[in-house]
Design a protein around this ligand. Sequence first.
Ligand code: PMP
Length: 443
Amino acid sequence: MKATMQELARKTAVPGPRSKTLLDEWKKWEAQVTGFQAPVVLDHGNGVILTDVDGNEYYDWTSGVLVMNIGHSHPDHVAALQKQAARLLNCYDIPTAERINAAKAMVEITPANLDQAFFMTTGAEAVEACIRVARRATGNFEIISFQGGFHGRTYASMSVGGLSGVKKHYGPLMAGVINVPYPNPYRPLFGLEGDAQIDAHFELMENQIRAQSTGSLAAVLIEPYQGAGGFIFPPAGFLTRLEKWAREKGLIMIVDEVQASFGRTGKWFCSEWEGLTPHLMAVGKGIGCGIPTSAMMAESGVMACMHKGEMSSTCGGNPISSASCLAIIDIMKREKLVENSAKVGAVLKKRLEGIQENSKYLGDVRGRGLIIGLEIVKDRKTKEPSADLTKKIILKAAEKGLLMGPVGMFGNVIRVAPPLVVTEDQAHAMADIFAEALAEVEK
Ligand code: PMP
């Protein structure tokens, strides 16, 4: 299906004159240390459409890094924020009805064994909290985590991470981390697939434990799919087996759902795809939709190790992020956004797979729901990654009205993550723009 693209306003070249002036200003005043992006300055957003300061409109494939699941400036979210802002903004540990209700709502949507919430403000903070509780609960300190993983940029969270741009140059890192390979079906170790791949990864993990562990294993920490690592989904069955293995060994199983949660994969939590029941879960991004909010979801039996006063976060559970969380859950249920993510995600993935058939550079299309990774390679046979081609495609797409960003160990995976309110027509229009941009780069 060829969708019309007239609905997007295209006023100037990209970047337009106002964007250019502001980008020059930005370079003067803010340290330029964040990743590659299309050269635009945004003005406002509405649903799946972003408008830059020159009046150009774009379909959004970033969702502000998987944050804006309910779409930009959802009127009911905005109304809830305005109402709460006029009443009470922060009160530290003294609870509010909003905070209590948000904790209840979170317990109701997470796997049944997770019966307590604790609120914070960032994803990294939630991961740190999980590590803290796992160490306290077991009295041990070693954490098994994964190469290519991303859990944040605070010291513990980057120490357990496994991406080169994150942990290199900042040592010495937190001790006690055993980093093991994450199974990648597109680039499988030893060319193994399915169960054979899973077996090999368990063997590698157990060898690393034999080599490095002093007998103080506390936890296994894993992303249910690797996000910043390049949207890598492990082979089916890997996560279930890992959780079983961890529980049998008496370890705490921690799932980092900071980006995989809140409907992104077509379930409320990605863990549901394999029926996982981790002891601890870190949640972020979509729980706040732009209002800094995160949570550690926990089994109360595990939390029993913590005494009063052992955890806090100045703005954690503040009334505005709690009201925000409640409004988001309500909107997502009312508008059936989890179901929409599964439905429109399948349509979009099929379109992208169709585009891949005639492409030289689109090596892999993978994902679930509305999180899809497009791996760009120089040659589909050798699978040599290309960050340069990826940047060219991103710039070309921006000129045509589609915003997206790169991720992955080699910077060669395009993030396809529109807000979950996207319609099928919009998904087709997005795929059309992507196909044109790719074809022009391939010419
Ligand atoms: N965990 C995962 C899986 C993430 O993707 C991220 C952010 N990209 C984080 C943790 C860190 O979240 P934050 O930037 O809010 O600290």
